[in-house]
Design a protein around this ligand. Structure first.
Ligand SMILES: [Zn+2]
Ligand SMILES: [Zn+2]
Length: 318
């Protein structure tokens, strides 16, 4: 190539980079991290709105996953940041996450990292003209939590309804269902089954199994290794499971080790569980790294499990 054609090539390459869609930088150069493949909106989409933990990691919002079927989203948990993340996913082309469509949610348990976004989910889509009341399914205590949030925002509701905003009178309302294990929800898009998991001293902590026309998805919520996950993933296309790094765990104090081993699942335990559950794909979320890298977490899993495994990030679509 002549100097002139090199210059031309450079300009074209620069222009291509400049107009390329935003990409998320997930690893340092040279480290292979699996990218999710984009899925067509005509099929069931899983959108990770938040993959975080109680730690206030600015790159990982609180736990929230959207399962979208025929443009209707079904949320699992509403950690902090849930509505902003849904809004960003919508801007990125996920039409099912238009805020007025956020009308169905399933809570795994009432830990604050999974529920701090509840007031946001009740009120923000209403301000954005959601008319349908929000239907929420979850453990005992959900009705009380719902009632307290609505009471706390009584003045806001009054001003929006009776002031110059003329807000619609239905979109802030919540129909809270306290569930027991078994079939808890069915419509033309999904069948949802709830099952108990083992989350330390939480009496009511659920995992969910979603059956859609083209996929079966099991989501763990927060749990120590639980046989109920294996039983509900027989078979399942996707198992979304929480995890902590075994190597990171070794750096924790004995008191925290005691907590985590009763409430959560290590990479080693998850590898064993996945060998039994045999999901089509295992997706890690609610990852606790404790200073370890994502790649090393994946290595820990692959040490005991040779199936397909991915580590989710906020806004990933599967
Ligand atoms: Zn949690
Ligand atoms: Zn929890």
């Amino acid at each position: 190539m002549t100097i002139r054609s090199w210059l031309k090539f450079g300009l074209v390459a620069f222009a291509l980079v400049a107009i390329a869609p935003e990409v998320h930088l997930r690893a340092s150069p040279g480290i292979q991290v699996d990218e999710p493949s984009p899925r067509s909106a005509s099929k069931t989409q899983i959108v990770f709105l938040g993959t975080g933990t109680p730690n206030a990691d600015p790159d990982r919002s609180g736990p929230a996953v959207a399962i979208i079927v025929n443009d209707q989203p079904y949320l699992v948990d509403f950690g902090p940041g849930v509505v902003r993340r849904a809004s960003l996913a919508f801007r990125n082309g996920i039409t099912g996450l238009a805020l007025p469509k956020l009308t169905r949610a399933f809570v795994t348990h009432l830990h604050s990292d999974h529920t701090v976004g509840y007031a946001d989910l009740i009120f923000t889509p209403w301000v954005m003209e959601r008319k349908e009341p929000l239907a929420v399914y979850g453990p005992r205590g959900l009705k009380a939590m719902t009632g307290h949030i609505l009471a706390a925002y009584k003045q806001d509701i009054d001003v929006r309804l009776h002031g110059l905003e003329h807000a619609n009178p239905t979109g802030y309302q919540v129909i809270a269902h306290e569930i027991r294990p078994g079939l808890i929800y069915k419509d033309t898009n999904v069948t949802v089954k709830a099952f108990l998991v083992r989350h330390g001293s939480w009496k009511w902590a659920f995992g969910y199994r979603f059956e859609t026309p083209d996929r079966t998805i099991v989501i763990s919520g927060d749990t120590a290794p639980a046989d109920s996950i294996v039983e509900n993933c027989k078979p399942c296309d996707v198992l979304i499971h929480e995890v902590y790094s075994q190597a990171g765990f070794a750096t924790r104090t004995p008191a925290w080790q005691q907590y985590h081993s009763h409430f959560h699942t290590s990479s080693k335990e998850l590898a064993e569980l996945a060998r039994r559950a045999k999901p089509g794909m295992l997706i890690l979320y609610h990852q606790l790294f404790w200073g370890m890298t994502e790649e090393s977490l994946l290595v820990e899993i692959r040490r005991g499990y040779d199936g397909k495994v991915r580590s989710a990030h906020d806004l990933d679509v599967y």
